[in-house]
Design a protein around this ligand. Structure first.
Ligand SMILES: Cc1ncc(COP(=O)(O)O)c(C=O)c1O
Length: 453
């Protein structure tokens, strides 16, 4: 009875996978925030290095992983694939459950898969400072880790509510040599404006992005790094699914169902897109399920429309599922899932009917996470609990139907810095929040008007 499927370092993928090569229809163009005309590479250069802009617009199926990036990846990759024998037993299910575990990275999540190449390409083009936002702190930690390896300064704007909930995340970022401030902050014009209107603002990823972008555009030696949403980020994360494909073959199984949680969409795309691409090229076609929080229901209740990626409207407009860039979700504990938008690639795949989406409240996700920890030993990050919940629901369905489907999910991070959230859950202090249509409609009423392009 095998529990772990491990790939040798020599079998780590040498290329990332880009689903744009296999989409049956092309994605909508990205628009300039002011002119609302399609952006060209030059428009993005104040923010990103040329190599990443090329990846952003690439339609090549395979993109080579540079050797210096592979060298760092080898610190924790290939990541293990587990058969969840304990969870199957606890559920009494006939399903076979597998999970890919990304919590083995130094930062504790999938985020270094893109932090490392982003820092590498910036450094190659002579950039020595990066600015970024972070929600739960996983992304800020990952970019700080990457900055320390490539000898770069990193400035992190952490959403205020997470900054207060997770003080040790900040300590890790500082250990790697980064500077971390709570957002909204007094360091930027936009942060000062938000604080003037509401000194107790709990922050949002949209505001933190605006602050990080504002700082980056002021200095030619500084660029901005985003931890999710953008095409190049999703391409880097494909290493998760590419490895999982090889590991499923080792296990002599192939997923009937794939489950991932969605904040900006990167870990979900990471596990799902390589399998989705395989299906688009005529291979087996698993059901794919994205799980999001009911308190930030981008895919299940958002609108597919052009919107800004940030609150101050400094970023380009992309066509995506959105709740409106002014949407501020409540301070629930899965901080990494509190983004108003969704990756355009994930949104496009959703519109093409390539996967399903479902939403759960935070209490039922913590309940699933606790069950998982007691059966498998790993305490999941609150974000990952959404994927655990989704996988458990699929396994219970198999039990009811008496089928033995193969379920694969992405356990995108551990929760060792999120224990205050678990403490609140055990104390019965976690609230559940669902919006009525009027509340969601308010945030959506501010969507920019864009002529059909
Ligand atoms: C552990 C973890 N999972 C998931 C997410 C959500 O991001 P994404 O949907 O891009 O994977 C985050 C974001 O911070 C995270 O820290």
């Amino acid at each position: 009875m095998t529990t772990k499927y491990l790939l040798d370092e020599t079998r780590m993928p040498k290329t990332w996978y880009n689903i744009q090569a296999d989409f049956p229809e092309p994605m909508a163009p990205v628009l300039h925030p002011v002119t609302k005309e399609p952006v060209g590479p030059a428009d993005l250069e104040p923010l990103f290095p040329k190599a990443l802009i090329e990846q952003e617009v690439s339609t090549e199926r395979e993109i080579e992983i540079p050797e210096p990036v592979r060298e760092v990846y080898r610190l924790w990759r290939p990541a293990p694939l587990y058969r969840a024998h304990g969870l199957e037993k606890a559920l009494g299910t006939t399903a076979k459950i597998f999970y890919k575990y990304e919590g083995v990275s130094p930062a504790g999540s999938h985020k270094p898969n893109t932090a490392i190449p982003q820092a590498f390409y910036n450094k190659q083009e002579g950039i020595n400072r990066l600015t970024t936002e972070t929600g739960a702190g996983q992304w800020g930690t990952s970019l700080s880790f990457a900055g320390s390896l490539f000898d770069m300064d990193v400035n992190v704007f952490q959403v205020r509510v997470s900054y207060d909930q997770k003080p040790y995340r900040r300590a890790v970022m500082e250990t790697y040599g980064a500077k971390c401030v709570a957002s909204p902050s007094n360091l930027t014009e936009f942060g000062r404006k938000v604080l003037a209107e509401n000194p107790d603002h709990t922050g949002s990823l949209g505001i933190a992005i605006s602050e990080a972008v504002e700082l980056a555009v002021q200095d030619p030696n500084t660029k901005y790094a985003l931890g999710s949403v953008l095409n190049h980020v999703l391409v880097h994360q494909s290493i998760i699914g590419l490895e999982a494909m090889e590991q499923m073959e080792m296990a002599d199984a192939w997923p009937d169902v794939i489950v991932g949680c969605t904040g900006g969409g990167s870990n979900f795309a990471g596990i799902a897109f390589p399998f989705m691409g395989h299906a688009l090229r005529g291979g087996e076609s698993p059901r794919i399920v994205a799980v999001e929080p009911s308190a930030c229901p981008t895919l299940t209740r958002g609108k597919f429309a052009y919107d800004y990626g940030d609150t101050a409207h400094m970023t380009p407009l992309t066509k995506m599922h959105t709740l409106g860039s002014q949407f501020t979700p409540p301070g629930f504990h899965a901080g990494g899932l509190r983004y108003h938008g969704m990756a355009p690639m994930v949104s496009h795949a959703k519109e093409l009917g390539l996967f399903e989406a479902t939403a759960y409240t935070q209490r039922e996700c913590f309940e699933a996470g606790v069950m998982f920890a007691r059966a498998e030993g790993i305490v999941p990050a609150p974000e990952a609990n959404h994927a655990v919940k989704g996988a458990i629901e699929e396994a219970l369905r198999c039990k009811r139907e008496g089928t033995s489907e193969v379920i694969l999910f992405n356990l995108c991070g551990h929760g060792h810095f999120d224990m205050a959230a678990y403490t609140s859950y055990f104390a019965g202090e976690l609230g559940d929040y669902e919006y009525d249509d009027a509340e969601l409609g308010m945030a959506l009423s501010g969507l920019p008007s864009v002529q059909a392009v």
